[in-house]
Write a protein that binds this ligand. Structure first.
Ligand code: ZN
Length: 274
C-alpha cells in the first residue's frame, strides 16, 4: 500500500532483518519447501505487468480473450501470426522477453534449490528467467514462451529441437503427430494436466511456501498458499504490497523480491550447518 512506509523504503525497516532471519529459520526447519512466484518478481528484470498503469496491455491493447479457441479453429493462421506478429502488444512482448535477464531474486531461488532448501518452484511467469537462473524443479503453470508443446501428448521442445518450417504449418509432434503450439498457455486454454498434477503433489507435500511477487489471486495459483496454510504450513510472503495472502503469512517481508530473496538466501546459508 502506498501509505505503508516500509514498502516505500524497505532498507530502513529496522525489524526487517529480524523478520528475514525468522523466515530463514522457518525454511531451514521445514521438510519440504516450495516457492510460488509471479509477475512482480520479473518487473525488476524489466518485464512490465500486463495490466494496470504502464502495463503492456494497457499501453498496446489486450490480446484476444479466446486465443486458444482461435488456435484450435485455425492452427495454421495462429502460427503465421506467431512467426510474424502484427499485434502491437505481441511485438512489444517479444522484444521485452528477448532482452530480459534473471535478477538476484531468480538467482537466489535457484541457489536455494541447489543447496537443497527448495523442493520445487511453481511460477506463473512465462519469461524463462527461472530456467535461465538455473532452477531445475520448475513448474511453469502458464508455460514458457521459449518452448513448444504438443497439444496431444504434452511433450515440450526447444526451438532447436523442433525447427519451424514456415512452408509446413502447423508443426507436428515427431512422437504422436499431434499439432504443436507455443508452450505459453493462451486465454481459454486449460493449464497442461502434467504440470498442474505435479503442482498439486508438491503443494500436498509442502510444509513451507515462499510466495514472491504475486498476490496469487488467479486460480489455480491462488489455491496453493491457502492449502499450505490450511494444513498448518508456514507461508513466507515477499511483496512490496500488502495482499489478500498477508493475513495468512507467518513471515511478511515487504519490499522488492530481488533484494529480499538475496538476503533470505544469505541468512539461510549462515544458518545452515557447515
Ligand atoms: Zn505429441
Amino acid at each position: 500500500m502506498a501509505d505503508d512506509a516500509s514498502s516505500r523504503d524497505f532498507r530502513f525497516d529496522a525489524g526487517l532483518d529480524e523478520r528475514i532471519e525468522g523466515a530463514a529459520r522457518a525454511l531451514l526447519g521445514a521438510s519440504h519447501d516450495v516457492a510460488l512466484t509471479g509477475a512482480g518478481l520479473s518487473v525488476e528484470s524489466g518485464i512490465p505487468h500486463f495490466r494496470g498503469p504502464g502495463g503492456l496491455w494497457t499501453k498496446y491493447g489486450e490480446p484476444p480473450m479466446d486465443g486458444y479457441q482461435r488456435f484450435l479453429r485455425d492452427p495454421k493462421g495462429f502460427w503465421e501470426e506467431t512467426l510474424e506478429p502484427k499485434a502491437p502488444w505481441a511485438k512489444a512482448l517479444g522484444e521485452t522477453l528477448a532482452a530480459a535477464k534473471p535478477n538476484s531474486g531468480h538467482l537466489a531461488l535457484a541457489e536455494l534449490e541447489r543447496r537443497g532448501h527448495l523442493g520445487a518452484l511453481i511460477t506463473q511467469n512465462i519469461d524463462d528467467l527461472h530456467r535461465q537462473a538455473g532452477s531445475r524443479e520448475l513448474l511453469e503453470i502458464h508455460g514458457n514462451h521459449s518452448l513448444l508443446r504438443c497439444v496431444e501428448c504434452n511433450t515440450r521442445f526447444t526451438r532447436e529441437e523442433l525447427p519451424i518450417d514456415p512452408a509446413e504449418l502447423p508443426p507436428r509432434c515427431p512422437g504422436c503427430a499431434g499439432v504443436v503450439k507455443g508452450d505459453t498457455v493462451q486465454f481459454g486454454e486449460p493449464i497442461p494436466a502434467d504440470v498442474l498434477g505435479r503442482c498439486y503433489r508438491e503443494v500436498a507435500r509442502a510444509d513451507c511456501m515462499i510466495v514472491a511477487g504475486t498476490s496469487a489471486t488467479v486460480f489455480p495459483a491462488a489455491d496453493f498458499p491457502v492449502q499450505v496454510s490450511r494444513k498448518g504450513g508456514v507461508l513466507i510472503e515477499i511483496n512490496p504490497e500488502v495482499t489478500d495472502l498477508t493475513p495468512l503469512a507467518s513471515h511478511s517481508l515487504r519490499g522488492p523480491g530481488g533484494a529480499l530473496l538475496e538476503r533470505l538466501l544469505h541468512h539461510v546459508v549462515q544458518g545452515s550447518p557447515a
